[in-house]
Design a protein around this ligand. Structure first.
Ligand code: ADP
Ligand code: MG
Length: 590
């Protein structure tokens, strides 16, 4: 094909695609404009996941009647006059691309009235062109209405997911701004239902309470940093979760740089580093990290949707963040010291029981049963085997999927089952093993379209974040198919009445909430699978729980029957093996 310069409408449509990818990107751009205009109240209305309607109304400075159409041209902005201004930028917008991109993708009406103006004006666009000019009798501020998004771009439309899923993305796009601008009153209604409303009190914790729910926000820790700016001009504020409060979702940390919402993966990683070993694998902290620094020290113009920034001195910024998070966590939970006083004074929350502590000091507890030497069967089987000489402590070889018949000897650390098999000793991670058992059972049951439901003794109220509520709406049939029964219970709470039998214990509510988080994650993997794994994880016995000999025998029997008993559903080993040969060698018997 010969090279040619694209006609302006084609070029505009291509550029618009970068900015307006889905309904949530429209909402994000319009909310940014409302905030840049100094709005103290930002109202967002959405219908059918934004496909039918998106309307954002603010009470900001407004657009003068004679500038309304100019504002909608490409690269038209009031926020920047020269390239130099980029380094002094304090507004969220600066590219002058949002309005023209939205106009290229939908039917749009922009209505506005400036402060003090006697009347306002409105302009309607269709196919990128002005089709009508009207008077606007609304209060001062701006209201942008977007209808039939992508109606004339079937390729885009096909690419979108369900309305409920797009709605969840919109909720996810509003949250960061509600957290970044606690002094602004945000309201979001979807299909006529109010799903978020912040108070505009100016307190981050108030905004977090509305966004994350009372229960979660109440547990978050204030990031403790000296109030004065650090030498390098970087200040870190925010709220973060204590180690015990986690999410399955890596993206639960909202990062704000000079009140701009960004998603820098590496920075989130730095935050997790600060938690170091305090978190269980696969679990992630949540919270809000607000970084303030001089505008000249950060380049905001590195991404078409402004989703990332570049720091002039990245190490200083990361350092400040890790330091602040660590400081906050250490202040919260000093490293516990083991002394006799701990046992005498009662144990701190999360500590081992006295019995478990003694057991773990002894290493292995013997819980009776025939000793190996008394059993002729074990004696013959215990004879060292040649091929094991090279693998002293290792996960059992993967070529045979089955595990040998095991005899439970005891439990150590309240976490590992000690067992003996034909070729030595096995340590079984009780949680991982149980996870495997439940996972296979749940999967088989689900495949056969069977259910094993149990009513909860006490129905559990589960407070939902708006995102969880959206996920719940989308996945209701699947959750019901798995045996959950729930009903609305106030504005943002559901009452859980029954759960799959494995989960119907005291933790059912928490498991349900974690399940919704797992489903909200969009990692392209099979959601059914994710749901099964989360169910299995929450239904299984925790590490640190003392088990009776009977319970351990039962667990091992069930594990032996599994199709893939050697790993948990997340791929971690369920057991390690200390071969008889290795034992002999370690004790210098050979
Ligand atoms: P940018 O935000 O990058 O400047 P936009 O296309 O989003 O580009 O907006 C273009 C211009 O329209 C803005 O610079 C601003 O002057 C004006 N504008 C847009 N939305 C609003 C609003 N809600 N209130 C006041 N002015 C607005
Ligand atoms: Mg803008």
């Amino acid at each position: 094909m010969p090279i040619r310069v694209l006609p302006p409408p084609v070029a505009a449509a291509i550029a618009a695609g970068e900015v307006v990818e889905r309904p949530a990107s429209v909402v994000k751009e319009l909310v940014e404009n409302a905030l840049d205009a100094g709005g103290r109240s930002v109202r967002v209305e959405v219908e059918r996941g934004g496909l039918d309607l998106i309307r954002v109304t603010d009470d900001g400075c407004g657009i003068a009647e004679d500038e309304l159409e100019a504002a909608c041209q490409r690269h038209a902005t009031s926020k920047l006059a020269s390239a130099d201004d980029l380094s002094r930028l304090t507004t969220l917008g600066f590219r002058g691309e949002a309005l023209p991109s939205i106009i290229a993708a939908a039917d749009v009406q922009i209505a506005s009235r400036t402060q003090g103006a006697g009347r306002g004006a409105a302009v309607r666009f269709r196919d990128g062109k002005v089709v009508e000019r009207l008077a606007y009798g609304g209060a001062h501020g701006t209201s942008v209405t977007v209808r039939n998004l992508f109606a004339r771009q079937p390729a885009r439309l096909k690419f979108l997911r369900s309305a409920a899923s797009e709605a969840a993305q919109i909720v996810g796009a509003i949250h960061p701004y509600a957290l970044a601008y606690p002094e602004v009153r945000f309201s979001l209604s979807m299909d006529g239902r109010r799903v978020l409303e912040t108070t505009g009190s100016g307190e981050l914790r108030d905004a977090a309470t509305r966004v994350l729910g009372v229960e979660v926000a109440g547990q978050l820790l204030d990031i403790t940093e000296p109030p004065e700016r650090r030498q390098d001009g970087v200040r870190v504020r925010g709220l973060i979760s204590p180690p015990a409060l986690t999410r399955a979702n890596r993206s639960s940390i909202t990062v704000l740089v000079n009140r701009r919402w960004v998603q820098p993966r590496r920075l989130t990683f730095a935050v997790e580093q600060a938690y170091a070993t305090l978190l269980m694998t696969g679990r992630h902290p949540l919270g809000v990290i607000a970084i303030d620094l001089p505008p000249a020290d950060v380049d905001v113009n590195v991404h078409p949707t402004k989703a990332d920034v570049r720091f002039k001195d990245e190490r200083a910024v990361f350092g400040a963040v890790t330091h602040a998070v660590r400081q906050t966590l250490t202040g919260f939970s000093p490293i516990p010291e083991f002394d006799s006083g701990v046992l005498a004074a009662g144990r701190p929350p999360g500590a081992m029981t006295e019995a478990a502590a003694i057991e773990s000091l002894n290493g292995v507890t013997l819980l009776g049963g025939p000793q190996p030497s008394q059993s002729p069967l074990w004696q013959t089987l215990l004879r060292p085997q040649e091929h094991e000489a090279h693998a002293p402590v290792a996960a059992p070889p993967q070529d045979s999927p089955r595990i040998p018949l095991l005899r439970v000897v005891g439990q150590t650390g309240g976490t590992y089952v000690v067992a003996e098999g034909p070729t030595g000793m096995y340590l079984i991670d009780q949680h991982a093993a149980h996870e495997r058992v439940l996972y296979e059972r749940l999967r088989a049951r689900h495949a056969a379209a069977q259910r094993d439901v149990q009513g909860l003794l006490a129905p559990a109220p589960v407070e939902l974040t708006p995102q969880q509520a959206a996920v719940l709406a989308e996945f209701e049939p699947l959750l019901v198919a798995h045996g959950f029964a729930f009903e609305p219970f106030g504005d943002s709470t559901v009452l859980l009445r029954s759960a799959p039998a494995e989960l119907a214990g005291a933790d059912a509510g928490r498991a349900f909430s974690a399940l919704l988080d797992a489903l909200a994650e969009d990692r392209g993997t099979d959601r059914d699978e994710r749901l099964l794994k989360t169910l299995a994880c929450h239904g299984s016995v925790r590490a640190g729980k003392t088990l009776s000999l009977e319970e351990m025998r039962e667990l091992v029997l069930l594990l032996e029957e599994c199709a893939a008993p050697r790993t948990c559903p997340h791929g971690r080993p369920t057991m390690i093996h200390l071969s008889a040969a290795a034992l002999e060698r370690e004790f210098r018997r050979r």
